[in-house]
Design a protein around this ligand. Structure first.
Ligand code: NAD
Length: 352
């Protein structure tokens, strides 16, 4: 076995249907007296419900979270938290809402209780992103890691089926890349393989029966494991490509991950056969890339960048950006090969 370093900075996790009703206990444990509830504009209803549970310990609902966490939006949220005398944040939502809570924590140190409603996994990571003047800056700081995470599958019942599918595939991408991360270790690899397995089994059930709480719970369990490895193992080509396509070409986050993953895995397959074998095993398939393509087809998710509305003439620039700065990846980043990968992803061709 290879040498490795394993570091655990665990958040407290409360898991299970109805667990959102334990919010006040979580605030007690963290010593939060007055919490600001954060949501997107679309999720203020559930935000109001959570604020109702807080009673006098609620500082209000701030429903202005949005994709990419714009600097102005983050500043306003920090001001609102200060003006309302909040000493903690309750983030109810997906990666965008948890991202706004992280921006507040970065500036003010306020602790976060997260109640995830998608499978993106941000609640389990010390990673943050803030967009300033059209440029998304990302960073890593343990101050932004939520202190307590309440996984209540009932909160995901309203997540539309197509977004549930792509959000689940987005989670699997974290685990797939963690299996070949340069700083991977046996513990996070166990979690990664189990996360892929749990999601690959849960998503087809969930597509058939979106209100199946058992399937929703299994998907959230998988998302938890995938988020935990995202926070602890450095990601490679797949995440770099998705960050470029999402940030510079404004393509939807979970859908881009869904389209790109089989192609990124095919690119890395010969350089990381041990990781591919574990992904394939978790999927119950003979091949990681083909297994993911087959799963995507069964789930009815988008299979090409063309379907996401990316103009073909942007592929050159995307390849340029993705090959610009070096980052760890099992197979060296070659511009021409990345350009070819993007062409196949654009057309929805078989991953090479
Ligand atoms: P999101 O948070 O942007 O949500 C997408 C839409 O779905 C929003 O309109 C939201 O209101 C709605 N929604 C969410 N949950 C719902 C539910 N249960 N019912 C009905 N509607 C619901 O989507 P996301 O994919 O979770 O997050 C994407 C963002 O998170 C990206 O900006 C990405 O970069 C970031 N992210 C960050 C990390 C990290 O570790 N920092 C990890 C993953 C994602």
């Amino acid at each position: 076995m290879q040498a490795f370093v394993h570091e655990t900075r665990a958040a407290r996790v409360v898991f299970g249907p109805g667990s959102r009703h334990q919010l006040l206990q979580e605030l007690d444990i963290l010593g939060i007296e007055r919490a600001l509830v954060l949501t997107t504009p679309e999720q203020t209803g559930i935000g109001a419900q959570m604020a109702g549970m807080l009673g006098a310990r609620g500082a209000g609902v701030h429903g202005k979270a949005a994709m990419h966490v714009l600097r102005e939006v983050a500043r306003e949220a920090v001001d609102v938290a200060r003006q309302l005398g909040a000493d903690g944040c309750v983030a109810v939502g997906g990666g965008s809402t948890i991202g706004l809570a992280k921006a507040i924590a970065l500036e003010s140190g306020l602790p976060i209780v997260a109640l995830p409603t998608t499978y993106a996994g941000s609640e389990m990571t010390p990673l943050y992103g803030i967009t300033d003047g059209g440029l998304k800056k990302t960073g890593r700081d343990w101050r932004v890691m939520p202190r307590s995470v309440i996984y209540d599958p009932e909160l995901t019942l309203t997540l539309p089926v197509p977004l549930s599918m792509t959000s689940g595939m987005n989670a699997m991408a974290h685990a797939a890349e963690a299996l070949y991360g340069h700083d991977a270790n046996p513990i996070y690899s166990l979690m990664a393989e189990e996360g892929i397995r749990a999601l690959a089994h849960a998503l087809p059930r969930l597509r058939e029966a979106p209100a199946d709480l058992d399937a929703r719970g299994d998907a959230q369990y998988g998302a938890w494991l995938c988020g935990a490895v995202l926070g602890n193992v450095q990601m490679g080509l797949h995440h770099k490509l998705c960050h470029t396509l999402g940030g510079s070409f404004n393509l939807p986050h979970a859908e881009v991950h869904t389209v790109i993953l089989p192609y990124a895995l095919a690119y890395n397959a010969s350089a990381a056969p041990w990781a591919m074998a574990r992904i394939a095993r978790a999927l119950g398939s003979g091949s990681a890339a083909e297994g993911l393509r087959a799963l995507g087809k069964a789930l009815g998710v988008p299979g090409s960048l063309r379907e996401l509305g990316m103009p073909e003439q942007d592929l050159d620039r995307a390849a340029e950006l993705a090959a610009q700065t070096p980052y760890p990846n099992p197979r060296p980043i070659e511009r021409a090969a990345i350009r070819a990968l993007l062409q196949r992803a654009y057309e929805g061709a078989e991953p090479a």
